[in-house]
Design a protein around this ligand. Sequence first.
Ligand SMILES: Cc1cc2nc3c(=O)[nH]c(=O)nc-3n(C[C@H](O)[C@H](O)[C@H](O)COP(=O)(O)OP(=O)(O)OC[C@H]3O[C@@H](n4cnc5c(N)ncnc54)[C@H](O)[C@@H]3O)c2cc1C
Length: 299
Amino acid sequence: MDHYDVIIIGGSYAGLSAAMALGRSRRNTLIIDAGDPCNSSTPRSHNFLTQDGVAPGEIATIAKAQVINYPTIDWHSGHALELTGEKGLFRMTTDQGRALTSRRVILATGLRDLLPEIPGFAECWGKTVIHCPYCHGYEFSDQATGILAPADQALEMVKLISNWTSDLRLFLMGDKVLDHQERDSIIEKGVRIISQPIVEVGHAKGALKHLVLADNSQEPMKALYARLPTEQKADFISPMGLAIQPSGHLEVDLFGNTSVEGIYAVGDCAHLMRSVATAVYTGNIAGAMINKELAEEDF
Ligand SMILES: Cc1cc2nc3c(=O)[nH]c(=O)nc-3n(C[C@H](O)[C@H](O)[C@H](O)COP(=O)(O)OP(=O)(O)OC[C@H]3O[C@@H](n4cnc5c(N)ncnc54)[C@H](O)[C@@H]3O)c2cc1C
């Protein structure tokens, strides 16, 4: 049985950032990572200082090289399957049959985007079908753009995206309907509301050309913002009884403490503001806080 001060599950930006703080604090730390970050389909990551426009894998590769250079950091490629125990002694197993224990656990396991089964959608995801204007909006400034959103988020999205382009049309998804006042204010701004469902995303190697609608008509456009549902990637979250926010994110305090003592959560799995910067920031805080806790415990 391998024993660590801290085991971090998820070795992308959030997990690596926590590991950097822990490695520099000389804490024996293991990172377990399945190697499947949510942004792998996007060719360029934006809005993170010093790395604007860099491929997401390149940012993670540099970060990993710097983190595992600290002698107290171990790396395990694989899936963490089970998590049990309590503060001071957590137990976990991996898909390769490793049994591990640790005093603290950090979840940096991220989210899974639930893509609709529309032909062409997955091929464009992260390239021209995008989730966030701060990450990719600038590249589509003043271009013909669609918004695919549930009715209760539609007006908020239209207001936000109007800052990048006024050439907008709105596609509603789900069962909810637009409130009359909201509908009127969207139309007043010159945004067309299209009720026909999207049946295909026409593209060339991920570059969006047009959307094909149920009546077989086509809407030419360069980008589509999609507010997709997400789910937690890690399966052991509900068996551990961790409290979840209404949005589906793990409940955490400012330092990353979850509702279960000794378990921290950082990055996408716990934060609505989804970005590399948030992942790095929240990981960094949790790493430092755990070190402080252990230092006080051991003094
Ligand atoms: C398509 C797309 C494009 C994006 N573009 C940008 C951008 O341009 N700029 C920006 O700032 N942000 C961007 N984001 C957001 C950004 O990618 C995320 O906020 C960031 O990746 C979150 O980091 P994370 O470490 O929390 O999670 P992730 O990066 O998703 O990593 C989670 C890691 O945990 C691992 N994992 C999960 N479960 C287990 C388990 N049981 N055992 C072991 N490992 C596990 C996964 O394999 C993965 O490696 C984008 C997101 C998407 C979806």
